[in-house]
Design a protein around this ligand. Structure first.
Ligand SMILES: [Mg+2]
Length: 228
């Protein structure tokens, strides 16, 4: 069995990483694929970790989904410093491997964007490299996303960027660029690695969203690519 790790990062904070991760984990579990979703490090509220915890039917304790939580709503590294604590890359890698060793797929949600400080001297890019994970870069399908997506992909080593999956989440109110962003991005990223999710009526009501055929098909394509 291969033991794949997908790392869900984003063009920015608040672009829909958690909604996407919850949908994907739910889709995988319904397809009877053994998977866990972790948010190893969080700061501010713990809502993301709780959403992931619920999406996987509470099979893992919340503290396993999210072992490092810092209170201040600033970058995890800065929040940790306020509490005179720190997390090392090795600690996170060890925690992820406890799960990934025995599973076909492990999903990791980062915090913030690719280069947001996560712990002591490391960010999501370092974790992706160290875990040999496939990056899934989530962005909001609105004006500006092409630049943000390019910046994120350019920041990855070319061999890693080559296997990245790109997910465009539909904004609450589409703008004049929403319909054509995927097309423009396809000049940069192969078309089959760009995935567009339609607007979900109530983002975290997962099972109704999964009944939407377009959502199910898109998640199926992403799942296949990640398990490849
Ligand atoms: Mg999130």
């Amino acid at each position: 069995m291969k033991h794949r790790i997908a790392f869900i990062t984003g063009t920015d904070t608040g672009v829909g990483k958690t909604v996407f991760a919850c949908l994907l984990v739910r889709h995988l579990l319904r397809s009877r694929i053994r998977v866990v979703a972790l948010k190893p490090i969080s700061s501010g509220g713990r809502a993301d970790a709780i959403a992931l915890h619920l999406a996987q039917n509470e099979t893992l304790p919340l503290d396993a989904v999210n072992p490092w939580h810092f209170c201040a709503p600033i970058s995890p590294t800065a929040a940790a410093r306020l509490e005179k604590r720190f997390v090392t890359l090795e600690q996170v890698v060890r925690h992820v491997r406890r799960f990934s060793r025995s599973l076909p797929l492990t999903l990791i949600e980062g915090a913030g964007g690719l280069l947001s400080p996560l712990g002591r001297n490391f960010d999501s890019r370092d974790l992706i490299r160290r875990l040999r994970a496939t990056p899934v870069v989530v962005g909001l399908n609105q004006l500006g996303v092409i630049n943000q997506m390019r910046l994120t992909l350019e920041a990855l080593p070319p061999s890693v960027a080559d296997r990245a999956q790109v997910v465009l989440m539909s904004p609450r109110i589409p703008d004049a660029s929403t319909a054509s962003n995927a097309q423009w991005l396809s000049r940069l990223v192969r078309r089959n690695r760009i995935h567009v999710l339609p607007r979900l009526p109530a983002a975290l009501r997962l099972d109704p969203a999964l009944r939407d055929l377009r959502v199910a098909r898109t998640l199926g394509a992403i799942a296949r690519a990640l398990l490849e």
